[in-house]
Design a protein around this ligand. Structure first.
Ligand SMILES: Nc1ncnc2c1ncn2[C@@H]1O[C@H](COP(=O)(O)OP(=O)(O)OP(=O)(O)O)[C@@H](O)[C@H]1O
Ligand SMILES: [Mg+2]
Length: 261
């Protein structure tokens, strides 16, 4: 039986005391040829509802692994991940992941890709208007009948974004979603994400290698270190929004952040 649409749209009541996401002493160990690989070690942080955090760190420090643990694709070796006080034990409709490489179905049109995940989660009569609304939200109405191979990389990431937003997730997990885009498209996508975030107040964990992207987007930056992956510093981004990359304050913040890397 289909879930009533109303149920997935409503967000659980939260209180100031209850974090939207709580990562508590999480470690992840993978088996390796010569024993074990300790990928994440004792990682802890909390997020409030509607907060946007950027995870910044060198390749291999466990950023994607951490997102997969939060998504429920795998379990921590130690520690606990809670979303609104419920322990994560499997994937759920309250969380969605956007990856660097678009994972669109090549044989489905833009509209059909956006509709795909929504189909068992809302009444059929809602799917068409919701797809239309989300096409408009990401500026792809004119391309609704195109196949993924007929649109640009930036457009594909817009489809990927619309495809998860239609599911009304509380928590968006974004793994270098704009990493493969050219500078201008990347900036456009950052602006789009910020405008949607300001409107819908998702709680977002955003992984990036790019310091400028992290300063542009984040309420708070978590700098990770490697071997084993851990949180090395936590830096609130105090610059007012919208953030101007050319401003002295931005440059000053950038230099300060770089000194933590
Ligand atoms: N399923 C797995 N089995 C064994 N080792 C794994 C597995 N997944 C990841 N690893 C290892 O864990 C480490 C961290 O990988 P992860 O992909 O989380 O890093 P990352 O910080 O996202 O790196 P990048 O910035 O390059 O994307 C790497 O050494 C990787 O080889
Ligand atoms: Mg990664």
């Amino acid at each position: 039986m289909n879930k009533p649409f109303q149920l997935i749209r409503s967000r659980p009541a939260t209180t100031e005391q209850q974090p939207a996401l709580s990562i508590c002493k999480v470690s992840k160990i993978f088996p390796a040829d010569n024993g074990f690989l300790n990928v994440l070690d004792n990682v802890s942080f909390d997020m409030t509802s509607g907060e946007l955090i950027c995870l910044l760190g060198p390749s291999g420090c466990g950023k994607t692994t951490l997102l997969k643990l939060i998504a429920g694709f795998m379990k921590p070796s130690a520690g606990n991940i809670r979303i609104h006080n419920r322990t994560v034990s499997r994937p759920g409709p309250d969380r969605c992941v956007v990856f660097q490489e678009d994972a669109l179905f090549p044989w489905l049109t833009v509209s059909e890709n956006i509709a795909f995940g929504a189909k068992g989660l809302m009444p059929k009569s809602r799917v068409v208007p919701e797809v239309r609304r989300h096409l408009e939200m990401v500026g792809l109405t004119a391309f609704k009948d195109y196949l993924p191979k007929e649109i640009s990389g930036g457009m594909k990431q817009r489809v990927a974004l619309a495809r998860v937003l239609i599911l009304q997730p509380q928590l968006l997990l974004m793994d270098e979603p704009f990493g493969a885009l050219d500078a201008q498209t990347r900036e456009d996508m950052q602006n789009l994400l910020l405008s949607l975030w300001e409107k819908f107040s998702h709680t977002i964990v955003f992984v990036t290698h790019d310091l400028v992207e992290a300063i542009t987007l984040a309420d708070r930056i978590l700098v990770m270190g490697t071997n084993p992956g851990r949180i090395e510093s936590e830096i609130p981004v105090t610059l007012p929004r919208p953030r101007k990359k050319e401003s002295d304050a931005f440059h000053h913040f950038f230099r300060n952040l770089r000194s933590h890397m």
